[in-house]
Design a protein around this ligand. Sequence first.
Ligand SMILES: CC(C)[C@H](C(=O)O)[C@@H](O)C(=O)O
Ligand code: SF4
Length: 466
Amino acid sequence: MGSTLAQKTWDAHVVRHGDDGGDLLYVDMHLLHEVNTPQAFDDLRAAGRAVRRPDLTVGTEDHNTPTVAIDKVIQDPAGRRQTTLMRANCEEFGIPLHRLGSAGQGIVHVIGPELGLVRPGMTIVCCDSHTTTLGAFGAVAFGIGTKQVEHVLATQTLPMARPKDMAVTVTGELPPGVTAKDLVLAIIARIGTGGGVGHIIEYRGAAVTALSMEGRMTLCNMSVEAGSRAGLIAPDETTFAYLRTRPGMPQGADWEAEVAHWKSLRSDEDAVYDKEVVIDASTLTPYVSWGNNPGQSIPLDAVVPAPADFSDPQERVAAERALAYMDLEPGTGMRELPIDAVFLGSCTNGRIEDLRAAAEVLEGRKVADGLHMMIVPGSTPVREQAVAEGLDRVFAEAGADFRPAAGCSMCAALNEDRLLPGQRAASTSNRNFEGRQGKGSRTHIVSPAVAAATAVAGRLAAPADL
Ligand SMILES: CC(C)[C@H](C(=O)O)[C@@H](O)C(=O)O
Ligand code: SF4
């Protein structure tokens, strides 16, 4: 019986099999941000231990950072404290840190690939659930908690049982105007927020290999919203072309040797998955979430569902609650929903391709009166690239608010960027939980193209509607 890519990568990193069925896994790259790490450093210090591999550890500031200016002081005392501690801890333990205002700063999952820290076949961990993003490069990448962060800091290893294997095979071709974001919302709507629990999802099939690296990152990013440990895609020419231009990559014959090795990183033909789902990409249309978890998503063409549409009693109760929180009437067309704010950004859709997709829609158009469209680059390099391409001008002429500093921003509202209670937003982020974008906020998750079209229409809309 053959093995899956996830299994092979895992096995190649096992330092020791534990008596309890768990493995001690070697970690190739450990990424950090300011949330969830101060305690890990405190405990490390209390135990009198050093960071085992500061050279395999990289930090950034993203969750609490302001986006209005790169030199602004963080207003919120808790956020300020976390960031201050992050700076002090990285300094004390010799860990490189990308501070707000520095060239490489940005959302941790955006800068990892940009800085060449992510390669096929690696194991990568970070104190953040959306570390799954990095599986787009054929790495096993997942989020860990504060105690585990301490363990990795001290030993560069992590005790963990190997997850099971799940395949999501996407056949056919995505129709024009349908993106990786629509695909992942459709997948989660189909398998549910618990559909991937205990598994690493391997995405495969023609529609997956046709995606750009940005699209693959969007897809893998939301793996955790289906409950899975990680998501990954076997590396191919698209992956190698992206990596070729990244800093620190081997050159000449060394590069060729590396690529030859990466080409071997695939699941065997006869690999057996514990679970498989097949989706026909050609049947998909733009998707949008209506409720308070990403699984509560439907085609933009659809109407708000009624609780009675759900046969599962738990889903019915969740739907009732979501309808009340989101202030929605069953039967209302999704396109009829008026929108107060649009957020384009996050580790799901805050990369250059996402900004380009929005700019294409906004070019020569205006953001609707009274609607606030905030665009926050996922990293400083994304911001710089957007400016180099003149996207900043397109955004300004359309009346959108393109922020000068990168970060998580309104995705999680941990800085000052947030919705007011009761405001309804279309957001390219990945979570639509109650209060996610501010107390009482109402979030509809969408793709960048739908976000931009919605900003123009003032209601949920696709570019084809304009
Ligand atoms: C703050 C952080 C730990 C959290 C995560 O783990 O995902 C955040 O990034 C989020 O998206 O909710
Ligand atoms: S952008 Fe959002 S989802 Fe991504 S790491 Fe930041 S808060 Fe989490």
